[in-house]
Write a protein that binds this ligand. Structure first.
Ligand SMILES: NC(=O)c1ccc[n+]([C@@H]2O[C@H](COP(=O)([O-])OP(=O)(O)OC[C@H]3O[C@@H](n4cnc5c(N)ncnc54)[C@H](O)[C@@H]3O)[C@@H](O)[C@H]2O)c1
Length: 360
C-alpha cells in the first residue's frame, strides 16, 4: 500500500506530539509539507525534522501538495475554515481539540464531510490507552455492574503568561476557558466510557486571571442510566492533577495522572469476595501496556482510512463532547439545568459557547 501523504498545518506547542506519532508510523506515512503563518517557527521545525516543503499559506499547500491527510494544529478559531479547505481539497482531517467553537460549526463540518466523502476526526488521545480499552471491555461484558458515581477533576495551573498568547482568554478565539480546552480531555473520556448523558447543571467563574473566559467551572451531570457525575475543571490549581474515578456496582476504577497515563496510573478496586477476586483477575489480564497518546490514536486512524471506514472520534462520537460543553456553558450562563438535545439552531448557545455571536 502507498504511504499516506500527510501535511501539518500549525507548528506550535503541540507539533512535537504529532511529529512523534508520524515518526512511529514508519512507512505508512510520508510527511510531505508543513504550514505556519509564522515563518520563523515553520522554518525551525522544517529544518529540525527535514520536512521538504514549507508554506505560510494553507491554501497554497493544499493546491500544490494534494495531501491525503491533514493534521490541523492551529488555534481553535482557525479550525473550521482550515477543515473546510482541506476537505474540499480531497484530504481527510485530523484536527486538534477543541475541534470547533460551537454546535453550529460542528454541523457545518458534518455537512462538508457528507459533501466531500472525507472524514474529520478530533484528537482525543486519552481514549486510546490500553487501560481504558480494557475497562470498556469489562464494562461491555457486564462484569462491573451499572455505572453509578463519577468524579472527573482536571485541576491544572495556567499562569498569566499562558493567557497572554493573543488567541487565548477569549470565547471567540479560544472557544472557552479550561472547560473547553483543558478539562475537555477527561470529560470526553468520561462521556465515552459512560455514554449518553441527560442533563447538566453548572457554575463557572473567572477568579484569578485577566481573561474573558472562565478559569474554573463545576458541573453536575445525570446520565441516561441514572448515574450521577461531578466535574471540576480549573486553571488555578498549584498542585496539578487529572483525576477520574468511576464507581460501578462491583468495582471502582480510577486514574490519577497529569497529561498521559499508562496501566500503572490506574487503580482498580473490586468489592471483596469471590466475585471480587475474579474481577481483580480480569483487570490484571490487560493484554498490553499502551499509553493514551497521539501515536496510539493515529495508528487506529490510519487503520480506518485503510478500510475506507469512519475513524473513531468523528461524527456523533465527536459531536457528543461539543454538545456537552455547549450545554455546560449554557447552564453556567443562565443558571438553569440544560438537557442534552435542547440546544438547536436559533438558540444563541448553538452559535457560540457564551451565547454571544463570535462576530461581535
Ligand atoms: N491534544 C493535546 O493534548 C493538546 C495539547 C496542547 C494543545 N492542543 C491544541 O492544539 C492546538 C494548537 O495549540 P498550540 O499550543 O500548539 O498553539 P500555539 O499557539 O503554540 O501554535 C499554533 C500555531 O498555529 C499557527 N497558526 C495560526 N493560524 C494559522 C493559520 N491560519 N495557518 C497556519 N498556521 C497558523 C501559529 O503561528 C502557531 O505557530 C489548539 O487547538 C490546542 O487546543 C492540544
Amino acid at each position: 500500500m502507498k504511504p499516506y501523504r500527510v501535511a501539518l498545518i500549525g507548528t506550535g506547542g503541540i507539533v512535537g506530539s504529532h511529529l512523534e506519532a508520524i515518526a512511529a508510523m514508519g512507512e505508512r506515512v510520508e510527511l510531505v509539507a508543513a504550514v505556519d503563518t509564522n515563518a520563523t517557527r515553520l522554518e525551525a521545525v522544517c529544518a529540525q525534522t527535514g520536512i521538504a516543503h514549507a508554506y505560510t499559506d494553507a491554501a497554497a499547500m493544499l493546491a500544490a501538495e494534494q495531501p491525503d491527510l491533514v493534521h490541523i494544529l492551529t488555534p481553535p478559531a482557525t479550525h473550521l475554515p482550515l477543515i473546510l479547505a482541506a476537505l474540499d481539497a480531497g484530504a481527510a482531517v485530523w484536527c486538534e481539540k477543541p475541534l470547533c467553537r460551537s454546535l453550529a460549526e460542528f454541523d457545518e463540518i458534518a455537512a462538508a464531510e457528507a459533501r466531500t466523502g472525507r472524514y474529520v476526526s478530533t484528537v482525543f488521545q486519552w481514549r486510546f490507552g490500553s487501560a481504558v480499552e480494557h475497562l470498556r471491555k469489562l464494562a461491555g461484558e457486564k462484569l462491573l455492574g451499572r455505572p453509578l458515581v463519577a468524579t472527573c477533576q482536571t485541576l491544572w495551573y495556567r499562569d498569566a503568561a499562558y493567557y497572554a498568547a493573543p488567541w487565548r482568554g477569549r470565547f471567540a478565539s479560544e472557544t472557552g476557558g479550561p472547560t473547553a480546552t483543558l478539562g475537555i480531555h477527561l470529560m470526553d473520556l468520561l462521556l465515552w466510557l459512560w455514554s449518553e448523558w441527560e442533563e447538566v447543571h453548572a457554575l463557572a467563574a473567572t477568579l484569578d486571571r485577566p481573561i474573558e473566559v472562565e478559569d474554573v467551572s463545576m458541573a453536575l451531570v445525570r446520565f441516561e442510566s441514572g448515574a450521577l457525575g461531578s466535574i471540576v475543571t480549573s486553571a488555578l490549581s498549584p498542585r496539578q492533577e487529572s483525576y477520574l474515578r468511576l464507581d460501578y456496582q462491583h468495582a471502582t476504577a480510577e486514574v490519577k495522572t497529569l497529561y498521559r497515563y499508562a496501566n500503572a496510573d490506574w487503580r482498580f478496586t473490586p468489592l471483596p469476595g469471590e466475585t471480587g477476586d475474579a474481577l481483580a483477575a480480569a483487570w490484571q489480564a490487560i493484554p498490553c501496556d499502551r499509553i493514551g497518546s497521539h501515536t496510539a490514536q493515529l495508528t487506529l486512524l490510519l487503520d480506518s482510512l485503510d478500510r475506507g471506514k469512519r475513524p473513531l472520534v468523528s461524527g456523533i462520537e465527536a459531536r457528543r463532547i461539543v454538545e456537552f460543553i455547549a450545554c455546560l456553558y449554557k447552564s453556567a450562563f443562565t443558571g438553569q439545568p440544560v438537557a442534552r438535545g435542547s440546544i438547536t439552531p436559533g438558540d444563541p448557545f448553538y452559535a457560540s459557547m457564551n451565547g454571544v455571536s463570535y462576530a461581535e
